[in-house]
Write a protein that binds this ligand. Structure first.
Ligand code: TLP
Length: 344
C-alpha cells in the first residue's frame, strides 16, 4: 500500500529505533531526563528562542501556546482555514476559554489590512485581543509556504498593537526548504512557535513548543495540568534529536516528489491540481469526474493507494520519507487506472 494520506504516517528509521533503545533517561517531570533536556536545548538553539518544551503533539503545542499567552474571555485571531481553528476540536474555547475571530487568508498569508481590522479597539464592550496565530506551511492551503515578508508584517502589526503571535510551524522545516531560509529566521517572526517532529521529520511522536523562558515555564505547567508530563520521555526525545539533526535537509526530496506527482496528475483528464505545490502536499479537484470523495478514495485504495478527502471534491496527497519516486510513479498509475474504471 502506498500511503499518501499524511506525512504523519512515517515509521521511525532504524537509526531512530537504535537511538530509542540506547537513550539515557530520567524522570522528566523532575527535569531529570538528559535526552529530553538535550532535545529541548537543541530545539531552542535552532529556533533562536530562549527555551523549548517537548510536547506530545502539534495540537498540544498549539494549545499550550494559547493557554500560556491568553486569559479566559480574550479573543484570538486566526486564519479561517488554520489547523487550530479547523482541526483541533474547538480546544481553544474548551481549554483556554477564549473566543476566536477568523480572517480569510490567501494561500495562508494574512493581509496586514484584514489583521488590523480584526484587532479590537479599547472599548468596554469588547473582548481583549491577546494573540494572533498563523501557520507556515499552511496545511489546508495545500502546504503553501507563507513568504517571509508576510510573516514579518503579521508579527509587526500584532506587536505594534501589543499582541503576541504564535506560529503553528508543524511543517516549518518544509517552509524553510521552500523559502530557502534558515529556521531561526522564520521563527524570529513570532513569540512562540510549535514544530512537529512526527511529520516530515520522521519521529514516532512529539512536537516542540519554543518561546521566551517565561512563556515556556507557563507552558510546562499547563502541559502538566493537561496530563502531558511524561516520565522517561527520553525514549521519544532520542528520535526527536535525529529529526532535527538528520531529517531536515532531505525534505527537498519530498517536495520534488510532490512536484512530480502533481505533474503526473495534471496529465489526467478532468483532474485539476488546485494548489501551487510549494512543498509536500498536492490537492486535486475531482468534480469533473462525477464521483464522490468516498468513492474516489475507495477506488484508489483498491489500487493500493491511500489519500484523504480535504473538503468537497478535494483530495489531498502528501509525500514523505517512506515513499520514493517509484512509489509516486505507481501512485500516478493507480489514479490513471481508476480513471479507466470511471470512464468505462
Ligand atoms: N495535521 C494532520 C491532520 O490533523 C489534518 C495532517 O495529517 O496534516 N498544525 C498543523 C498545520 C497540522 O497539519 C497538524 C496535523 C497539527 C498542527 C497537529 O499535529 P498533531 O497531529 O501532532 O496533533
Amino acid at each position: 500500500m502506498i500511503d499518501l494520506r499524511s506525512d504523519t504516517v512515517t515509521k521511525p528509521t532504524a537509526e531512530m529505533r537504535q537511538a530509542m533503545y540506547d537513550a539515557e533517561v530520567g524522570d522528566d517531570v523532575y527535569g531529570e531526563d538528559p535526552t529530553v533536556n538535550r532535545l529541548e536545548e537543541l530545539a531552542a538553539a535552532l529556533l533562536g528562542k530562549e527555551a523549548a518544551l517537548f510536547v506530545t503533539s502539534g495540537t498540544q503545542g498549539n494549545q499550550l501556546a494559547v493557554l500560556s499567552q491568553t486569559a479566559p474571555g480574550d479573543e484570538i485571531i486566526l486564519e479561517s482555514d488554520s489547523h487550530i481553528f479547523y482541526y483541533e476540536g474547538g480546544a481553544v474555547s474548551a481549554l483556554a476559554g477564549v473566543q476566536t475571530r477568523t480572517v480569510q487568508g490567501n494561500k495562508g498569508s494574512i493581509s496586514e489590512e484584514l489583521l488590523q481590522k480584526a484587532i479590537r479597539g479599547n472599548d468596554i464592550h469588547f473582548p481583549d485581543t491577546s494573540l494572533v496565530c498563523y501557520e507556515n506551511t499552511h496545511n489546508r492551503a495545500g502546504g503553501a509556504a507563507v513568504p517571509l515578508e508576510n510573516m514579518k508584517r503579521i508579527y509587526k502589526t500584532a506587536a505594534d498593537a501589543g499582541i503576541k503571535v504564535h506560529l503553528d510551524g508543524a511543517r516549518l522545516f518544509n517552509a524553510a526548504a521552500a523559502l530557502n531560509c534558515s529556521i531561526d529566521e522564520l521563527a524570529s517572526w513570532c513569540d512562540t512557535v510549535s514544530v512537529c517532529l512526527s511529520k516530515g521529520l520522521g519521529s514516532p511522536a512529539g512536537s516542540i513548543l519554543a518561546g521566551s523562558a517565561e512563556v515556556i515555564t507557563k507552558a510546562r505547567k499547563w502541559r502538566k495540568r493537561l496530563g502531558g508530563g511524561m516520565r522517561q520521555a527520553g525514549i521519544l526525545a532520542a528520535p526527536g534529536i535525529l529529526s532535527l539533526t538528520k531529517m531536515t535537509e532531505r525534505l527537498r526530496t519530498d517536495h520534488e516528489n510532490a512536484q512530480f506527482l502533481a505533474q503526473g496528475l495534471r496529465q489526467i483528464k478532468g483532474l485539476k491540481v488546485i494548489n501551487s505545490v510549494d512543498t509536500n502536499i498536492v490537492l486535486i479537484d475531482i468534480s469533473a469526474w462525477e464521483t464522490t470523495n468516498e468513492a474516489f478514495i475507495a477506488d484508489l485504495k483498491s489500487e493500493g493507494l491511500l489519500a484523504v478527502g480535504f473538503g468537497e471534491n478535494i483530495i489531498r496527497f502528501t509525500t514523505h520519507y517512506d515513499v520514493n519516486r517509484g512509489d509516486i510513479e505507481k501512485a500516478i498509475a493507480a489514479v490513471n487506472k481508476i480513471k479507466k474504471i470511471q470512464m468505462a
